[in-house]
Design a binder for this molecule. Structure first.
Ligand code: PHE
Length: 448
């Protein structure tokens, strides 16, 4: 349980931050966040989201990083080594289950981004207005084979990258690919606010309307924080296990969280403003981003070029996230089952592919399948984000605060850091605020 010499470590601090931001920033920010905002009442959602970021997200991110660094293990081993002989290792199994389910449909959406990159480059989006784009999106996703091909291609690429190992593979990619997306979103924001109705959308998004607040919305916000921060999935924990004891966990957590929230809000602003400007229906659901953003691009000179660069960067953002999914599962198989890396990489890649096929077909061949009123992809998304992740987070919180104990855990979180005021605050949140808030929102949200 100490700083083992043989575990790989991040080659540099920036490398760690960029890779972890790369894991956190992904489709969750650019695709999922705007979709949930549109479905959950704009400003009401935003306010609850921010409160949950502060009260649950950031403290939990610090805890997961500390669990990883202290134990030098993946998620199951971390629970086990920090409380030997207690059976708490079982709590570590929830995370890989969540990761596997998310990887299944996340890779489908990631496949859509690949398809849109190619389509855009070929000029297939050019000149289309929002109606044309809506039709095109429906056409692509209802096709039987195309989404499956996209998903397969994406997983193969990701597996190849993962194959080359932690610092060499992930760090190099994270460093090059994460920043581009921000610049493009800023350009889009500038453009969409100048369109008629755009500003109205931005105002709707930023103004909290207390009448719209409900436990339903709070649960959506909670699920989004987990999804977007990569919490409750063992991803942050696994990355923490490559951290050195010199790294400052609180500061790193703040930087990662700020970047993640900032990019989500930026994407939310662009997409919601575009909905208002073009009169796109929020019902477009999971397709919103693929319709709204090209619509804005098409009002700019050089649309083909810019939208291609955008979807390419979005594919990269999705790639860094998929890499970290795969890494969680691989680390588990390698450490707990003693598998070789190649065997783990191939098995995980192939299983995620097959598990994702129903989601890939959920708008097409299997569109008539409904589970509690959701299509397959919507259901899997809801089940993981709004139930399994918060549950996994609750277990982690209780574990860190009450089993490992805020004393020992706090010493690891704040190792080498002298910010005395923050330690009791973090402990208090972990012991009381986070578990109570999680339980309350989960129960009330599920019942409403
Ligand atoms: N947080 C990522 C996103 O927002 C998704 C993710 C989840 C990545 C879990 C890694 C692990 O897209």
């Amino acid at each position: 349980m100490n700083d083992s010499q043989d575990r790989e470590q991040w080659a540099s601090r920036t490398g760690f931050i960029l890779a972890t931001v790369g894991s956190a920033v992904g489709l969750g920010n650019v695709w999922r966040f705007p979709t949930i905002v549109a479905r959950s009442g704009g400003g009401a959602f935003l306010l609850l989201y921010l409160v949950i970021v502060l009260g649950v997200g950031i403290p939990l991110m610090m805890s997961e990083l500390a669990m990883g660094r202290r134990s030098q293990r993946g998620v199951v081993g971390a629970f086990r080594d920090l409380s030997p002989g207690t059976g708490w290792w079982g709590a570590g199994l929830v995370a890989p289950l969540a990761v596997f389910l998310i990887a299944s449909y996340y890779s489908v959406i990631a496949g859509w981004t690949l398809i849109f990159t190619l389509l855009s480059a070929a000029g297939g989006l050019s000149g289309l207005g929002s109606d044309g784009l809506t039709e095109l999106f429906a056409h692509l996703t209802t096709d039987t084979l195309l989404p499956v091909y996209g998903q397969g291609a994406f997983l193969i690429l990701a597996s190849i990258i993962v194959f080359y190992g932690v610092s060499a593979g992930i760090e190099r990619w994270g460093r090059v690919l994460t920043p581009g997306i921000v610049v493009l979103l800023l350009v889009l924001l500038g453009r969409v606010l100048l369109l008629e109705g755009g500003l109205e959308g931005a105002v709707w998004f930023l103004t909290p309307n207390f009448a719209d607040m409900s436990f339903d919305v709070a649960l959506d916000a909670l699920g989004q924080v987990f999804f977007s921060f990569s919490l409750g999935m063992g991803a942050v924990l696994t990355y923490g296990s490559y951290l050195s004891r010199r790294d400052d966990i609180p500061v790193n957590s703040l930087i990662i969280s700020l970047a993640d929230v900032g990019i989500a809000i930026l994407a939310g602003l662009v997409v919601i403003s575009a909905l208002f400007a073009f009169g796109i229906e929020a019902e477009a659901g999971f397709g919103l981003v693929f319709i709204a953003l090209p619509a804005v691009f098409n009002t700019l000179p050089g649309a083909v070029f810019w939208s291609t660069v955008f979807f390419l960067s979005l594919s990269f953002a999705a790639m860094t996230s998929v890499i970290s999914f795969l890494e969680v599962l691989n680390a588990l198989l390698i450490e707990e089952m003693g598998w070789s890396r190649p065997r783990a990489v191939v098995t995980v890649g192939v299983s995620c592919f097959f598990a994702g096929i129903p989601s890939a077909l959920s708008e097409g061949l299997m569109r008539h399948v409904r589970i509690l009123g959701w299509d397959i992809m919507g259901f899997t998304d809801m089940l993981t984000s709004n139930l399994i992740l918060p549950l996994s987070g609750l277990l982690t919180t209780v574990f860190v605060a009450w089993i490992w104990g805020t004393r020992a855990a706090g010493a690891e979180v704040f190792l080498g850091v002298r910010r005395s005021g923050a330690i009791p605050l973090w402990s208090f949140i972990m012991k009381y605020i986070a578990p109570l808030a999680l339980t309350y929102i989960l129960i009330a949200g599920l019942l409403s």
